[in-house]
Each structure stands twice: as structure tokens, then as C-alpha cells.
Ligand binder design. Structure first.
Ligand code: FES
Length: 203
């Protein structure tokens, strides 16, 4: 039997719940969001699902810290919070990436290479399905038929549909996303510089 140090979070030792490091300011945002939710919800066990839903809506996913806080404030064991969050696939335990890659695994896509497309993304991004890259640029998951079967195998990135996805096309898609990300970062930097010039007292 594996013994767990008492101080170690229940959530941290659960398989599939190894979460990414929180980014700057995220801890405060999570705690504030949970406190806010508890102002308008009764602290009863029956409210666990609505509270988890509201937490995910506010934060974008269910980080360990949020589940720990909910468990504490509701007086519900961590194992129950974790079980519910993993039982329903409406809940996600990893943060969505800036680029959310969804590989279709409906029958038509699966039959013509959906799994190959998924494997290609996993290899290139060095994450597994259901995970997010440490820099939070990309998250990867599979979805059911997205209704574009004639373009199988299909991948949806944010709202954009890509059809006939081969491993070579995966390389092209990731290269284009990398360039888009770099361009956005350059644009943001230029905007910041511009603001500093216009409002020097703010900097
Ligand atoms: S099965 Fe993939 S779009 Fe229909």
C-alpha cells in the first residue's frame, strides 16, 4: 500500500490530476473566484456540482487549488470533489491552451486516420490527449463527430476546421500557429511601446 504524506494534497496524488504550475496572479484569481461563488451559494453538499460548474466558468478549468478550497469550504471530502470532477466530462482539470486543438474521433475520421493525426499532435507537442503544454500555448483533446465528415480526418483549432489532416499537415498547422503566436506577441509589444510613448506617466 502506498503511503502518502499527510501534507500532500489529495488531488496531487491522483493520476491524471498532475496540473500545470499556476501562472502569475492565478492563485489570487482562483481564491477570489471561489470566495465570490460561495457568497451566492449555500454551503450544502447538494450544491457541489453547481459550484464546480461556476468555478470552471469563472476560471476556465478546475485547478487543484480550486477543488481544495471547495472541499474545505463545503466540508466535503476531497475524494468526493475529485470523483465528481472526473466523472463528468463537462469538467476539465487542465487549463485550456491558447490554441485548443480538438481531433475528431467520430467514425468517419477514425476510419481514415483520426488516430494518426492525434498521435502526430501528441508527438510534436510532447503532451498526451487531455493535456496542455507547460507554456499553455496548446491543449489537445479528442471530440465526437463535428459534422464535416467529407473532410475527414478533421481537426478543429479554436473555431477553425482543418480537413484531410495528415502528419505532414500537422507540421504545417503547428508552424502556422507558432507564427501567429509570435506575431501576436510582437503586436502586443508594439502596442505597449505605443502606450508608453503616448502616456509616459503610466509607465
Ligand atoms: S466523424 Fe469527424 S467530422 Fe464526422
Amino acid at each position: 500500500m502506498r503511503l502518502v504524506h499527510r501534507k500532500q494534497s489529495f488531488f496531487e496524488v491522483q493520476r491524471g490530476c498532475s496540473q500545470l504550475e499556476l501562472i502569475e496572479g492565478e492563485k489570487e484569481l482562483i481564491l477570489e473566484s471561489i470566495d465570490e461563488i460561495f457568497k451566492t451559494n449555500d454551503r450544502t453538499r447538494e450544491n457541489l456540482i453547481p459550484i464546480l460548474q461556476q468555478a470552471q466558468e469563472k476560471i476556465g478549468y478546475l485547478p487543484t487549488l480550486a477543488m481544495e478550497r471547495i472541499s474545505e469550504l463545503l466540508g466535503v471530502p476531497a475524494v468526493d470533489v475529485y470523483s465528481l470532477a472526473t466523472f463528468y466530462n463537462q469538467f476539465r482539470l487542465t487549463p485550456p491552451g491558447k490554441f485548443q486543438i480538438k481531433v475528431c474521433m467520430g467514425t468517419a475520421c477514425y476510419m481514415v486516420g483520426g488516430q494518426i493525426a492525434l498521435d502526430s499532435f501528441e508527438r510534436r507537442l510532447e503532451i498526451h490527449e487531455g493535456e496542455t503544454t507547460p507554456d499553455r500555448e496548446y491543449s489537445l483533446e479528442h471530440v465526437a463527430c463535428v459534422g464535416c465528415c467529407t473532410m475527414a480526418p478533421v481537426v478543429v483549432i479554436n473555431e477553425k476546421v482543418e480537413g484531410k489532416v495528415t502528419p505532414t499537415k500537422v507540421d504545417g498547422i503547428l508552424l502556422a500557429l507558432e507564427e501567429e503566436s509570435k506575431k501576436n506577441a510582437d503586436d502586443n509589444k508594439a502596442d505597449e511601446e505605443d502606450k508608453k510613448i503616448k502616456n509616459p506617466e503610466d509607465s
